[in-house]
Design a protein around this ligand. Structure first.
Ligand code: RP5
Length: 195
């Protein structure tokens, strides 16, 4: 899937939702080309295809860093069995970090964390009349024992979730660590000295 082909990608997310399947939609760094099914180290889950406008920020920054992601529409409420199916064997498929974005009564990250030992990063989405405050509290206020690393509400949180996932992977991937350092430097270089 070419980058920037938003309508098609959204339709694809929807079709994953309709299929109920767990086949990979993993994308690699170079212009959104695909990896072999199921080998992406980062899963990006969202409760609704409508969340993709926010969650694509995680996918995009991972693309920039050369990290493939497996992007799915999976709802803890509407498609609970799909979540269980996705997480079964996730480690065996090569998944190392799961990012979950959801709005409203956002249980996706917490339920995901309950079903896996992989690190789970939660992104509260501002899709409700409460503008994400509900999702923030639902995601961050986990009971002791089942951790979710919660990021900021909305696109900044999604982007940072991608960066944090990359930082986790970089601990055991020196080449990725170098790309992450270069990405940070490029970000610094873009900041002007004066307004
Ligand atoms: C949540 O409910 C989703 O994560 C989404 O943010 C919100 C609304 O979903 P839609 O009604 O737009 O599909 O589960």
């Amino acid at each position: 899937m070419a980058k920037g082909a938003k309508p098609t990608k959204r339709a694809e997310a929807g079709s994953v939702a309709r299929s109920g399947g767990v086949e990979s939609s993993g994308r690699a760094a170079s212009g959104g080309s695909r990896r072999a099914a199921g080998r992406a180290p980062v899963g990006i889950l969202m409760g609704s295809a409508n969340d993709y406008g926010v969650m694509r920020a995680a996918e995009e920054v991972l693309d920039e860093l050369g990290v493939a992601s497996d992007v799915r529409v999976i709802s803890a409420h509407r498609t609970p069995q799909r979540l269980v199916d996705f997480l079964a064997g996730a480690e065996a498929r090569g998944l190392e970090v799961v990012i979950c974005g959801a709005g409203g009564a956002a249980h996706l990250a917490g339920v995901t964390a309950a079903h896996t030992l992989l690190p789970v990063l939660g992104v509260p989405i501002d899709s409700s009349p409460l503008q994400g405050l509900d999702a923030l509290l639902a995601t961050v206020q986990m009971p002791g024992g089942i951790p979710v690393g919660t990021l900021a509400i909305g696109k900044a949180g999604a982007r940072n979730a991608g960066l944090l996932a990359a930082a986790i992977l970089a601990r055991k991937d020196p080449a990725l660590r170098e790309r992450l350092a270069a990405w940070r430097k490029a970000q610094s270089d873009k900041v002007p000295d004066r307004p």
